[in-house]
Design a binder for this molecule. Structure first.
Ligand code: S5P
Length: 451
């Protein structure tokens, strides 16, 4: 007992549990926050912990130890080194790597594996982990967990036939910290009251209506205004290579779109006249001009490309796309033009995996130039989401493009603006196609508000 208390007090000094006000993933406000990752910074504590966990599973038979990143990985590694039982690692999901195995290491089908986890809450994510490990042909029966937050997870797994062993419950942790004066009577009561409350189910996130989004950039505001006024969240991609085709296309689709997206550098006869013509149509039919330049360089080069190239993008584009790969300061060069960062691509095998996505979104949120991002999944509420790879009739092309329907992107991704290229400009009747996408997009958007 004393040893457990001693371990916990030392771990507490490392900062594994913090008290204050923390908003959990479910939106619930919690008076404490647990993070066992700092344990990896104390070799001594990690060894003690591994020994404690191994003691718990003394009577269990297993061929392999499986760690789940991140917090449990050093723990599982230490257990493996101490017990000489081989380690395997359950990968974190990595979008874009569909065929990659979910478990790393050497193992054979049918081997039994002990799963090591840091914290169990509702048990949902642990059940998903177990499922993924079992799909690799491994047998999972025993799970060892450092902390049980006592929110139903242990019972849930036991009901499904799994043997769950836990080192501490959260109530024990609070009691020990109270006993040794790390928590006052008042704090202890507050936390215990919180733990007594019925468990809240995580609320599935409601999508936010366009008018309720907190968009600060003037171009973002204008885009939202146009969408509501025209009842359209359609951006047409005019991937055409002559000025004549583009002007004719803009005239036909103008009333149905909120922005016309161009790739200036594919236009064979690009000229100032084209821009003058497009500006007139844009003013008359009320849409913005969006240059899909996908800048991706250091700030200085981007500035030259933006202001000094023959396309003089700075003079006319309301919006531009930028790969945020060059870092925050590289985004400063776009003056008042609205920046849309590419944080995830639509094409097969794109390198924009979960890690890139989250870093890119983070960076975008820090930049006052950025009003939204191109992506294939939900974004924070202060960002507008632009989703390309949208088609009513096709699922992909022969060069890696992947399509989803308007219904799917509005419902699942909470897309604000869909970008459609070939679905419209290759249609036999361009105007009718634009109208069809506009209507379907808007209906799908309205339906997604009620989900
Ligand atoms: O990830 C992306 C980002 C963009 S901006 N995937 C894309 O397809 N795009 C652009 O959207 C692409 O450059 C093209 O202009 C348009 C999609 O065209 P479509 O013909 O495949 O609909």
């Amino acid at each position: 007992m004393q040893q457990r208390e001693d371990f916990l007090l030392k771990a507490y000094e490392l900062g594994i549990i913090k008290f204050g006000k923390f908003t959990l993933k479910s939106g619930v406000e919690s008076p404490f926050y647990v993070d066992l990752r700092p344990l990896a910074s104390s070799p001594q504590l990690l060894k003690t912990l591994a020994n404690n966990l191994l003691d718990l599973v003394e009577d269990v038979d297993y061929d392999l130890i499986c760690g789940v990143p991140y917090a449990a990985l050093p723990m599982a590694t230490t257990m493996s080194l101490t017990s000489n039982i081989p380690l395997i690692i359950k990968r974190k999901e990595n979008k874009g790597y569909g065929t990659k195995r979910m478990v790393e290491g050497v193992f054979e089908e049918g081997q039994s594996c002990l799963l090591v986890e840091d914290v169990i809450t509702s048990g949902q994510s642990l059940l998903e982990t177990v499922d993924q490990v079992e799909r690799e042909g491994l047998k999972v029966h025993d799970l060892v967990v450092v902390l049980d937050r006592e929110q139903g997870g242990v019972d849930k797994l036991r009901e499904q036939g799994y043997n769950v062993m836990t080192l501490f419950t959260i109530n024990e942790v609070i009691d020990i910290l109270h006993k040794f004066h790390r928590l006052s009577d008042e704090e202890t009561k507050q936390i215990k009251d919180f733990l007594q409350q019925p468990i809240e189910q995580p609320v599935s996130k409601q999508r936010i209506a366009l008018e309720d989004k907190k968009i600060h950039h003037p171009v973002g505001k204008r885009l939202v205004e146009l969408a509501i006024k025209k009842q359209s969240n359609l951006i047409a991609s005019a991937d055409l290579i002559t000025s004549e085709e583009i002007v004719s296309f803009a005239n036909k689709v103008g009333e149905h779109i909120v922005a016309l997206k161009l790739h200036s550098d594919i236009i064979q006869d690009f000229s100032d006249q084209l821009i003058t013509d497009l500006k007139i149509i844009a003013r008359e039919k009320e849409f913005l001009l969006f240059e899909d330049r996908k800048f991706g360089d250091i700030g200085n080069t981007q500035e030259l490309q933006f202001k000094k190239s023959i396309y003089k993008i700075a003079d006319w584009a309301d919006l531009v796309t930028v790969h945020p790969i060059g870092g925050l300061e590289s985004l400063k060069v776009f003056d008042n033009t609205g920046v849309v960062t590419i944080v995830e691509m639509s094409s097969k095998g794109t390198l924009t995996d979960d890690y890139y996505f989250s870093k890119a979104v983070n960076l975008s949120e820090q930049s006052s130039n950025v009003l939204g991002c191109v992506a294939q999944r939900q974004l924070p509420e202060n960002m507008l989401l632009f989703t390309p790879g949208v088609s009513i009739s096709s699922t992909g092309d022969s060069k890696g493009q992947q399509y989803n329907t308007p219904e799917l992107v509005f419902k699942n991704y909470h897309t604000d603006f869909m970008i459609v290229g070939r679905g419209i400009y290759k249609a036999a009747d361009v105007k009718t196609a634009a109208k069809e996408y506009q209507t379907l997009g808007w209906i799908s958007y309205l339906q997604s508000l009620n989900n």
